[in-house]
Structure formats: C-alpha cells, structure tokens
Design a protein around this ligand. Structure first.
Ligand code: SF4
Length: 765
C-alpha cells in the first residue's frame, strides 16, 4: 500500500461525521449539580484512563499549592482554604485526558491514514491517547511518519527562513500555554518580525477586554475570590458555571447560604444555578442541595442589552432606589447622556428586545439597586455576539450606577475559560501589542520589535484562505474545530505550505493540514519537566489576576516529549540561530526576563515561589482609579440590537455539553440537561416544535443565513426544552460549520457563536 494520496482519495473530513446519534436517550434535566454522581463520574474517568495509582497521585496534586494547576478553566484556588480534593468533576476529566495511559505511537499512524482518521468522531480521536513521537505528513502522503526532533526543527527553520516576509507566518496559541512558554513564543515571533500572534482569547473574552478597557481602563476582572465573601448581590449572566467553572458553585453556595442574592441571566435555566450539592459535605452527598439563584431571568438570545438597560431604567425610575451619586460625580463621565437615553427608551422596546417582563426587570432592579456590594460575572454568553462589546459595557453601566468598583465585595468578573488564557495575554500573546510592551521588549532583547498590528484569529484564517500565509504554527489548541465556519477554516489551513501542531493529544487539526504537516508532542501541565538544572515549574494567571506556580508531578507519557519552552527555543534556534538554552535549562532565567519586560512581575522568581503566588496590580480594584484617557470611568450609551429574524427562522446559540471542555469531548452525556449518549441535538421550546409541525426526536438539519449565503449542519434530533420561543441551542464544534467567518462582533472581531440566524428543516440524507 503506497503512502501517496492519489486523485481518488477523499479530502480529510473537517467535522465529526454528521450522522444521527443512534443511542441517544433524552430524560429530565438533573435537579441539582454536583453530589455523588459528580464524584462517581469524575473518579471513573480518572481511574479508567490513568489507573488507580496514577489517578490518586494526580488528583492529590491538582490545584494544590505545591502541585500543578488544573488544565481546565481559570477559576481561582481558594488560597488557604484548599481541600484535599481541590478539583471538580470536569477538572478530574481534564487531568485524566492528559494523564491517560493510552498512547499514540508511530505504528498507530502507520495503521490509520489521515482520511480514515478524519472519518472518526472527535470523541474517538481524543480517546486514542497521548502523542508520543514527532510525526511528519509529507506532501501528498496519506500517513504520518515519524521524524526526528532535529529534522523537524530543521524543516520548520528552513520554511521560516524562506519566507518573503515574517507576516507569511502565523503563531497561534491556545490558553493552556504556560507564561514561560508564551513569553518565549511571542519573543520568537517578534524577533522573526511579526505580530501574527492570534490566540483563543480572540474567540472568547476579546470583547470583554475591549469593552472594559474603553469603559474603566483595564481589560481584566476587578475582584478577588475573597470579594465573593463580602458581596450581597452576585449577577451571573451568559455563563454556565455548573459545567464550565464548577468550583465556582462552592463559592456561590457559600454566598447563597449567607443570604447573598444571586441573579442568573441566561436563555437556559442551567442546573448549576438551580441547586448545588457540595460533594465534600455530607448534606451535599445525601441532601437535596442548596438553592443558588434567587432570581432567574430567561432572557432571549441576544436580549442582554435590552434587559440591562431595562434594569437601569427601573432603577432610575424607582423612588426607593438610589444610585451612588458621590461615586458617579467623582469617578465617572457620561451619566447624564445615559439617563437621557434610558428615559427615551420605551418599556415596550425593552420588553420585546429582552423577552423579560417589565415587572421582572423591576424586581431585578430592586435587588441590584439596593445592593451595597455587587459582583457581575459573565462568560461567552455575552462575548460572542455582534453587539458583544455593548453587552459588557451595559454591565459596567450597572456596576457604575452603584459605585461597585474598588471596594470589598464589588466589581466586574469576566470568568476565563482556559486555565492560562489571561496569562498568555499578559506575556504578550497579542496581535496588537501596546507601545510600552514593544519598547520594553526591544530594550530587553536588543532588537526592534514590530509595532504593526498582526492578524487576530479570524483575520489569520482569512489570510490563510487567501494564500497569504505559508507557515501556520499552533502552540496547543484545535483551531479547525474551535474556529467558526469550519469548511472555510479547513480550506484556509489547507492553503498553507506547512502546518505545525504542538500538542498533547490527537485532534481534528492534525487531520486538516497544509501541504505538509508536523505534530510535535509536548509535555502536559501534569507531567514532570526535567531540564539541565533539574525539575522545572511554570506559572499561570487565573481569572482574578493571581499568578502562581504549577509543577507537574506525573511521569511523562513518553521519553520523546519536550516541554513547550524547549520546543519554542529549538524553533527559534532553527529559524533565527539564537541560543536560548540557558533560559530553557532553568526557567528562572525566563522569569528574570519577564520581570524586566512585563509590569507587575518584579521579583518574579521570589514571589512566584510564595505559597499562593502573588496578585498582579489592578488600579480599579486596588485604588478605585480608572486609567482611561480622562482617568474617569465611562458610562456608555448603546442602541438596542435588532437581529432581522424572519417568522420561520430561529436565533441559535452554541453551547457546551457537561462532557466537554472547549473542543475536547470527554463523553456523550450532558446529564444536567437530560442528554445521554448523543451530541447532535437541538434544544427547542416545545411550543415551537409543535408550531413547526415537528415532534421531539424528529431528525432535522440546521441552515444558517448570512448575507445571502447558507451553511448547513445535518442530522440533529429535536429536544423539547425550557428556552424562550424563537431561540434554540446546540453544541459546538458541531454547529461551528454554521457560523460565517465574517460574522464577528463589532470592535472585538469575536465570532458571533452565541447568536446566529438559522432555519430548521426536516433532515436530508
Ligand atoms: S473549576 Fe475549573 S480549574 Fe477548577 S478543577 Fe474545575 S475545571 Fe479545573
């Protein structure tokens, strides 16, 4: 059998097979999150993948002060209140994914061609285990073949040196990359001469960063974990912590128990915000759990601006409620324009736009308007809309009205989805670096770092599609599945001369490649990282700006693996001839450079070794100072978004199941929503199902409509679910095929994955 792909061979599939789930079972949603079932599922996944001994040693290390940081989300650790088992069910699954005993060896790739692998589901690909050996897919080849590290780096170096411009290369980063690796990676790209440093943050909290920087002068959250102990009102909007930040439920439970009002705003009433059973409490194991949200507002998809304006209007109209006039006078601008706009906005428009009644908005206003210390938390449910920046700035308006910045128990809390996505940005992984950063990097390393903006993620994909990118390098991640417009993104990757994936596990981006492709297997966060000076630790930054160490403890999955910093240093040597071996030999040397380039990292090597790490300075949180152009926080006025949705159409929001982390599929269950053994489901209001002549369980296709273009995703089953009429939800990455590449948020350019106009048709073959 030749290894040469001939004309007849299929182009590898860029999505999981679009077939109906034959084993699908739909039952009632669970009444509470956590509890014994979370323990059972988390431990089962760990033991099945890692075996008892490795599972126990890994789970006793995760999120411990001297252990490793969970490779899952970026919810902070409770410093001095860590429990022995400081992880959630999905944290256990994330550790098991990396700690698995399953291995992918060269023989695996000899057995399976790229096309054949592409016909497998994303779940199956992830279950094949850890990558162990550098692999090359030669031009026209059907199978990956082993290659030595030296030859791999030589090949990449040669390709990069042959570029007419450094801007013909793109350096993508997923949010799992450590600070040390991220700092070297951006240095490498900038020494090469480009700012083409797109990252997963472009597709998630970019809207938060831009909205907050404009309004309050910082793009980062302004609360600490301790603030949750002092808040009397917590708003959770566009976020599903039960699945995506599960340890947050413990924090919300403690708040609810002491009488803190918790308002959940989401088209879906998520189980985690209904009740939580803390599995490390007897009453959590045997009781019915603690009610979390005291008020749930089932807002229409993309109805957040209308809802938040409605709450502000009710607040200002209410004679009983007061705004913090002293704070507004001293620290803000734009209040009068806001008040005038709210007065001019009709309740009719606000009710119609939000799908929430005036009474509900007044009830929410009475809670929010009488709060002495309020925290607003949000995630992708707000950041991935055309008007995402407006969504977040309306939240900032709400917080400013009550003076909820720079005091205990109050502030903004964008909850990051990836464990170090915030750290990577802080390290310079950004296509638009600040002038200060460019200057201090250039001074520190004695070169002229580029200032010209590079490509963000969507721009990088468009540039690849246009043939402007010859080399694409990804430090982690799974771009073809995470990005919008899957077929377009796949075509874009295929336009590259060389695609390189630095990865721990097999995923679809290894199967949708450039003319040639390389897989470079790296150490995971959980694994021991030995360098010439001994065992190394790395650092990460969580959603609350806490920088702390993470030391891998598990035996590496293969002797051939290399750490991310070592791989980046070797790439830089191959392409630029620079020798960073001293920095790789001891990561303290990298941190010394970071300390001289990145503000807030003085004495980095000393402070990162402190038990709980250290907190980065934040003027808004620490000093109630708003570093905007005028040093005043900005009230902003936004018009009501108007999506042109025809009678027969729906607004689709893409979501994660409980057995998923970003594009990593852990399993086929989403028990909190009553879904078992299936992923190709569409959640629709029972009345809409009936009104369209369908029945629950019917097979349907989804078709998106954008600028006269249509995109189809096939073979989903309808599931009757509590969701506002005219709104539907379905999982990504399956529905990413529907999202047009040019359907992005204003200013932030984030894909509009949370509000898409679609129609539903009887399934075609
Ligand atoms: S809450 Fe997030 S960081 Fe914490 S254990 Fe769970 S997945 Fe990991």
């Amino acid at each position: 059998m030749t290894n040469v792909r001939d004309r007849e061979q299929q182009i590898p599939a860029c999505v999981s097979p679009e077939v109906l789930d034959e084993q699908l079972r739909v039952g009632p949603s669970e009444a509470s999150a956590g509890g014994p079932e979370a323990v059972r599922v988390g431990l089962t996944a760990s033991v099945e993948q890692m075996g008892i001994a490795r599972a126990v040693s890994a789970l006793l290390e995760v999120n411990q002060a001297t252990g490793f940081d969970c490779p899952g989300c970026a919810w902070p650790d409770p410093d001095d209140r860590r429990s022995v088992a400081e992880f959630c069910e999905n944290g256990a699954k994330a550790v098991a994914e990396e700690g698995t005993r399953a291995r992918i060896t060269p023989e695996f790739f000899a057995r399976h061609s790229v096309e054949e692998l592409s016909m497998k589901s994303d779940l199956w690909l992830g279950q094949q285990g850890r990558l162990t050996t550098p692999m090359l897919l030669s031009a026209g080849a059907r199978h990956y073949e082993p290659i030595s590290w030296t030859d791999a780096f030589t090949l990449i170096g040669r390709e990069l040196k042959a570029l007419a411009s450094a801007n013909e290369a793109v350096f993508y980063t997923s949010g799992r990359t450590s600070n040390e690796a991220a700092f070297l990676y951006q240095l490498f790209a900038r020494k090469l001469g480009t700012n083409n440093l797109p990252d997963c943050s472009n597709m998630c909290h970019e809207s938060s960063g831009i909205a907050m920087t404009q309004a309050i002068g910082t793009g980062k959250g302004t609360v600490s974990l301790k603030d949750f102990d002092a808040a009397d009102c917590i708003v959770v909007i566009g976020q599903n912590p039960g699945t995506n930040h599960p340890r947050m439920l413990r924090t919300l439970q403690e708040a609810a128990r002491r009488g803190c009002a918790i308002i959940s705003v989401n088209p879906l009433e998520e189980t985690g915000l209904k009740r939580f059973r803390h599995p490390q409490e007897l009453r959590g194991l045997f009781g019915s759990g603690t009610p979390i949200a005291s008020l749930h507002l089932p807002v229409r998809i993309n109805g957040d601006v209308a809802l938040l304006k409605g709450i502000q209007k009710a607040w200002l109209e209410s004679p009983e409620l007061r705004v913090d006039s002293e704070f507004i006078k001293r620290h803000t601008e734009g209040f009068d324009a806001l008040r005038a706009n709210l007065e001019a906005t009709s309740w009719g428009d606000l009710v119609e736009g939000s799908g929430i009644t005036q009474l509900q908005m007044r009830d929410a206003a009475s809670v929010i308007g009488s709060s002495k210390a309020m925290i607003c938390c949000w995630a992708m449910g707000l950041t991935q809309h055309r008007n995402a920046v407006a969504n977040i700035q309306e939240i900032i308006n709400l917080l400013l009205l009550g003076g909820h910045f720079g005091r205990a128990g109050a502030g903004a809390c964008p909850v990051r989805g990836h464990s170090n996505v915030q750290g990577d940005r802080t390290m310079g992984i950004c296509e638009r670096p600040s002038l200060e950063f460019v200057r201090s990097l250039s001074a520190e390393f004695g070169f002229d770092a580029p200032c010209a903006p590079g490509f963000n993620t969507v721009e990088a994909i468009e540039a690849m599609h246009a043939g402007k990118v010859k080399v694409f390098i990804a430090l982690g991640g799974n771009l073809v599945s995470a990005a919008p417009d899957t077929a377009y993104t796949a075509q874009a990757l295929r336009c590259c001369g060389l695609t390189v994936q630095v990865s721990t596990k097999l995923n679809r981006s290894h199967l949708v490649t450039g003319l040639r492709a390389l897989i470079l297997p790296c150490l995971g966060r959980t694994e021991r990282d030995m360098q010439s000076s001994g065992a190394q630790f790395v650092s990460v930054e969580n959603s609350m700006g806490v920088v702390h160490s993470s030391q891998g403890r598990l035996d590496p999955a293969s002797e051939h693996l290399r750490s991310e910093p070592a791989i980046v240093a070797a790439l830089a040597h191959a392409a630029l001839g620079v020798d960073w071996s001293v920095m790789v030999g001891n990561y303290d040397r990298i941190r010394e450079r970071i300390a001289r380039v990145v503000p807030g990292f003085d004495d980095f090597n000393v402070r990162v070794r402190e038990r709980n790490g250290f907190v980065l300075p934040n003027l808004v949180r620490d000093q109630r100072v708003f570093p905007t152009a005028t040093m005043k926080a900005q009230f902003t006025v936004h018009s009501l978004p108007r999506l042109q949705v025809r009678q027969e159409q729906f607004i689709l929001t893409t979501i994660r199941s409980h057995d998923q982390y970003n594009t990593t599929i852990y399993g086929l269950n989403d028990r909190y929503r009553g879904i078992h053994q299936g992923r190709r489901v569409v959640f629709m209001n029972a009345q809409d199902i009936a009104a369209r002549g369908f029945a629950p369980g019917d097979p349907i296709d989804l078709i998106s409509h954008h600028n006269g273009q249509q995109r189809r995703a096939k073979n989903f089953r309808l599931v009757a679910y509590e969701i506002p009429r005219g709104c539907i939800a379905s999982y990504f990455p399956e529905t990413n095929v529907l999202i047009p590449i040019d359907s992005v948020a204003e200013s932030s350019h984030t894909p509009t994955s949370k509000s898409l106009i679609v129609s539903v048709e009887k399934a075609t073959a």
